[in-house]
Structure formats: structure tokens, C-alpha cells
Design a protein around this ligand. Structure first.
Ligand SMILES: [Zn+2]
Length: 299
């Protein structure tokens, strides 16, 4: 990147981050992005033009409102820096300006959706639609793949919702998840959809496992906890000894695999039983996991 181009990208990134903070906060409050204009959240006075200059205004104002001296949330700075990082990443990684802009939009909208999904269990439909269009732009030389990815992604969630209602008599996914998976499919395309869904599943496990384990400990479900510990130990065992020569016979290896499969079946069975019987099933947001998988795809 040339010096001037780099300067321009940094400037745009900071301004974009500033816009991103407004977008995220107002999406949560279900307010319009355009109206009212930016104002102090304490005294509601509209900001002056120079109060909107990213980072610099924060430093000049020493992190306090110009009118009422109320502290300005550090969140704004974090969003501005995030915007900067997203722009630098996109324009450094992608030569085509269309690709870079599409990636900026995809990552930003995913960030916003993840934030509102974690905070408020909300997924903004119009933001998922923006992601889908940015996905089409990104895959403009392979449009059929992108469109098919979108349709299959959305269709999968639809199928899960249908099956969940039929078999478990439970709502497994929300309506927003249909659009979200559709947008995800449009970005990664049909040929990589399942691979990156698996990555998303792994990411989701990291979010869900701590809660699941603490639930198990609280409810004293020792059986499942025992399976979980054996399962982890068996996996660890396999990993540590994966290159040892005594796998020569392969018998121990196969035995181990069968044991792991058995434990996995038990755990899944218990998990399904827990979902079926628990009245207040705890909510697990899927947007952050999909966002991570998407980032992984774009890297
Ligand atoms: Zn104020």
C-alpha cells in the first residue's frame, strides 16, 4: 500500500468505526441510524461537528462530554479502532476494491449482529440481507455458487426448525437464524458451506461447553460428566500417542476410536435428553460462531 492510500484507508476505517458504534447501539435500541443526529447520552445535546472526529475528539475532550462533563463510553473508541482494523485487514488482503469493500461490509454487519445477538438475542433482518448482497458482490465471478449457498444455508435452518417442532416439540432456531445462515451461505458459497459450518460448530462448542458443564455440575448429573471426562481423556490419549510405533497392530487405535464413538453417542444422547426435558432451555447465540467461521473463511 502506498503512503497516501494507507492514510486514506486509515481515515476511512476510523470514520467507519464511528459509524459502526452508532449502528450497533441504535440497532440494540431499535432506533433509526439517521435520526436523531448524534447526541450525548446523558444531556441529549447534539454533538458539534468536531466532536465526531474519531479518537482525536475523545482526546481533546479528555473523554468527557463538552456540555455536561459526563464521561464518554470507552466503547466508542473500541468501535473506532475495530473499524480501523477491519479496513486495514480488508484493503491489505484484497487487491480489488470491490472485494475489499464487500469484506468490510460483511465483517462489520457480522460484528453488529453478534453484538446484538449476545446482548439482546436479536438478529437484525436487514443487516443479514446486507451481508447476503455483499456476499454476492464478493462472489460476483461465481454467482451460482453464492446463490446456491444462500438457499441451502437458509433451507437447512428451516428444516431444523421444522424437525425440532415435529420431533422435539421445541423451537430450535429463531426466524432470524434463517436469514443469518442464508447470508452466511451467500458469503462462503455452496462448495464450502458445509466445511465452514463445521468450523462454526466448533466455535459454538467453545461458547456452549462452559455453560453445559457448569449446568451438569449444578444439577449433579454425574453420569454425563463422567462420560465427558472419559471422552476428553480418550481423545487426549489418542492425540499424544498418535505417532507411536506400537500402533503397528492398530488394534489399540481402533479400540480407542470405538470407545470414543461410544462415549460421544452417550454424551449426545444425554444432551438431547437435557434439551427435551429442560423447560427453560438456556439461549445460545449462533451469530458469534458464524461470524468467527466467516472471518476464518475471509482470512
Ligand atoms: Zn452531555
Amino acid at each position: 500500500m502506498s503512503g497516501f492510500w494507507l492514510f486514506l484507508v486509515c481515515l476511512m476505517g476510523l470514520c467507519w468505526g464511528s459509524f459502526l458504534s452508532v449502528l450497533v447501539m441504535r440497532t440494540l435500541k431499535e432506533e433509526s441510524i439517521l435520526y436523531p443526529q448524534s447526541h450525548c447520552t446523558s444531556c441529549n445535546k447534539p454533538l458539534l461537528w468536531w466532536h465526531k472526529i474519531p479518537i482525536i475528539s475523545f482526546l481533546i475532550l479528555k473523554g468527557k462530554c463538552y456540555f455536561c462533563n459526563a464521561p464518554i463510553s470507552i466503547q466508542y473508541i473500541i468501535f473506532e479502532i475495530t473499524g480501523l482494523v477491519i479496513w486495514l485487514f480488508s484493503f491489505n488482503k484484497y487487491v480489488s476494491i470491490y472485494d475489499a469493500l464487500a469484506v468490510v461490509i460483511i465483517l462489520s454487519m457480522f460484528l453488529s449482529i453478534s453484538y446484538s445477538d449476545i446482548k439482546d438475542k436479536k438478529i437484525s433482518t436487514y443487516q443479514t440481507i446486507i451481508i447476503a448482497f455483499a456476499g454476492l458482490l464478493f462472489n460476483r465471478f461465481d454467482l451460482m455458487n453464492s446463490i446456491l449457498g444462500g438457499i441451502v444455508g437458509a433451507g437447512l435452518v428451516y428444516l431444523f426448525i421444522y424437525l425440532g417442532l415435529k420431533l422435539l416439540k421445541k423451537e430450535t432456531f429463531g426466524e432470524g437464524d434463517i436469514y443469518l445462515l442464508g447470508a452466511f451461505g451467500a458469503v462462503v458459497g455452496f462448495n464450502k458451506l458445509f466445511l465452514f459450518l463445521i468450523y462454526a460448530l466448533f466455535a459454538e462448542l467453545f461458547f456452549v461447553l462452559p455453560k453445559y458443564i457448569s449446568n451438569l455440575i449444578k444439577t449433579g448429573n454425574e453420569k454425563t460428566l463422567k462420560y465427558l471426562i472419559y471422552f476428553s481423556l480418550a481423545c487426549l490419549f489418542l492425540y499424544v500417542f498418535r505417532n507411536m510405533s506400537f500402533w503397528g497392530s492398530n488394534l489399540i487405535f481402533i479400540g480407542c476410536l470405538i470407545y470414543i464413538l461410544y462415549l460421544a453417542c452417550q454424551i449426545v444422547q444425554d444432551l438431547f435428553y437435557a434439551i427435551k426435558t429442560q423447560e427453560n432451555q438456556s439461549y445460545c447465540p449462533i451469530a458469534p460462531a458464524l461470524a468467527l467461521a466467516c472471518l476464518f473463511f475471509l482470512m
